[in-house]
Write a protein of this length. Structure first.
Length: 505
């Protein structure tokens, strides 16, 4: 696709009746993030969701689509056909023609800024913690997080030092056969781990021999004791320093951990790797050359990860969270001056794909031109999926980074309260009258200003939900950050029409 010039003030949605420019919604607001809430059957996907998706495709944005339900792939294919973007589709699915080898991709990014190990650790940790956060809140424990970091770094480094490459099967086998402490030595199987450790030492011994052979007589004299020589080797050979840290961790800190603690950390790591070893995930993300990369979205491609959570469950969710995080980092690193194309990140039932760095990524999304769209039934879904004792703050922090919020019909009390509070209070004139009946009749009128919710929580339950009963009309309240609409308010009641409502039963 040829390069297109994008103006952040280009209009995507126009709600004006008299051409007032303030009653519009632009690309600038799109890249500040969108949250859509609505109950079952409220029209959030077929109403505001569909309209925004089509506007993004017409713009034309590139994008990433995460899937929860099996019908989302066909829905997006139809969107792309309608907008002439079908040729830009990259569909990642079992039996398909596209693959993404995440280890291959991350290894190719190694440079002076970050190491291959750092890249892989961040990717794996993000996905693992996203799952643990939902189930038990372990990510609130700094000890658990640090221990997981050290296990990831040490296992990946040992893999590199021993074999010069990192693969999911190698990482999995090393995690399973690592030292388990003295109490378990007789039952433990150290085969793969010991083999890797031996291979790493042999590889480094070759580097050490080469280093010593180049020392002058004077330099050897200064390094005549073992301690001094070891320190010189570690200073001169990065691999030797890495192996020392690996050995200290596995045979020192890790093996001394309590059995319950060590098992929890190990299963968090190996459990995720195990899910990557099964088909179709292994072929899609681990052992075949990549046919596409996240940066393709900057050229207008639309990547659909057709691994719906309702079908593939946890492994489908994990793989999508993994690719989402890699994609977010890639979009953040691009040079806007060279390529200013906005890209969208689309997540219906978005609570399934949250991770620890979402709020951080979204905080800079405008400068990266990432138009995030999150769709969910209610705020409670986010609380349930952002487990841990700090879920309230995490949810508020994340929602606070989405500058446009759209509220469809809903029966969830907490979401309706949140929407009402977000819209805020308005002042109205309260007039009261009093009458006096005595010798003379008198009438007194007093007035005062009182505040009241502009939109009360119960009003969200009454919004139109489309279909035949409403002649295809879907209603929602749209709340925006900034100067507001032409009436000076930060919210507007808007309508979305379902053109095909008459075909619905």
């Amino acid at each position: 696709m040829e390069q297109v010039q994008f103006n952040l003030d280009d209009i995507l949605l126009d709600f004006s009746k008299d051409g007032n420019s303030k009653d519009t919604w632009t690309i600038r607001q799109a890249v500040e993030g969108v949250q859509i809430f609505g109950g079952i059957g409220s029209g959030k996907t077929s109403g505001s969701g569909k309209k925004i998706a089509e506007k993004y495709l017409l713009a034309p944005f590139g994008g990433l689509v995460l899937t929860t339900k099996p019908d989302e792939k066909n829905m997006w294919i139809e969107y792309c056909k309608t907008t002439g973007r079908e040729k830009d589709l990259i569909i990642v699915e079992p039996g398909g023609e596209h693959f993404f080898n995440f280890l291959e991709y991350e290894s190719a990014k190694e440079n002076g800024e970050t190491s291959f190990t750092d890249n892989i650790v961040q990717v794996l940790k993000t996905v693992i913690q996203a799952g643990e956060e939902k189930s038990s809140g372990k990510s609130d424990d700094a000890f658990w997080e640090n221990a997981l970091d050290m296990l990831l770094f040490s296992t990946i480094d040992l893999c590199k030092l021993a074999y010069g490459k990192v693969t999911v099967p190698l990482l999995y086998n090393l995690a399973l056969t690592s030292p388990k402490g003295k109490a378990n030595e007789e039952e433990a199987n150290f085969g793969d781990f010991e083999h890797a450790l031996k291979a790493a030492k042999e590889n480094i011994n070759e580097q050490v021999s080469a280093f010593i052979s180049k020392l002058s007589t004077e330099e050897r004299r200064k390094l005549n004791d073992t301690f001094a020589m070891d320190n010189a080797i570690v200073d001169a050979i990065p691999d030797a320093a890495a192996l020392r840290l690996v050995d200290q961790f596995f045979n020192g800190q890790y093996s001394k951990l309590g059995e319950t603690t060590r098992s929890t950390i190990e299963f968090s790591f190996s459990g995720f790797l195990f899910r990557l070893l099964g088909e179709p995930v292994k072929s899609l993300f681990c052992n075949k050359p990549s046919t596409f990369k996240p940066e393709d979205c900057l050229e207008g491609k639309i990547i659909i990860l057709n691994l719906p959570v309702k079908v593939f469950h946890k492994v489908g969710r994990d793989c999508q969270v993994m690719f989402k995080y890699i994609w977010q980092r890639a979009m953040e690193k691009r040079d806007i001056s060279k390529n200013g194309r906005p890209v969208f990140l689309w997540a219906d039932e978005a609570q399934n794909f949250l991770h620890a760095y979402d709020a951080e990524c979204q905080a800079t999304a405008r400068s990266s031109r990432i138009a995030t769209v999150c769709i969910s039934q209610n705020t409670q879904n986010y609380h349930a999926n952002m487990g841990g004792i700090k879920s309230e703050y995490r949810v508020k922090s994340f929602l606070g980074t989405l500058a446009t919020q759209i509220f469809h019909a809903n029966t969830d009390i907490e979401t309706n309260k949140y929407a009402s509070e977000l819209i805020g209070d308005g002042y109205y004139k309260d007039v009261s009258q009093s009458f006096t009946m005595s010798e003379d009749y008198s009438e007194t009128e007093t007035s005062s200003m009182k505040s009241e919710r502009r939109v009360r929580p119960e009003q969200f339950m009454k919004l139109k939900t489309g279909g035949k009963p409403n002649n295809g009309m879907i209603e929602a309240y749209m709340v925006i950050q900034g100067n507001g609409f032409s009436d000076g308010l930060n919210h507007k009641k808007v309508n979305f029409l379902q053109p095909d409502y008459f075909t619905q039963k």
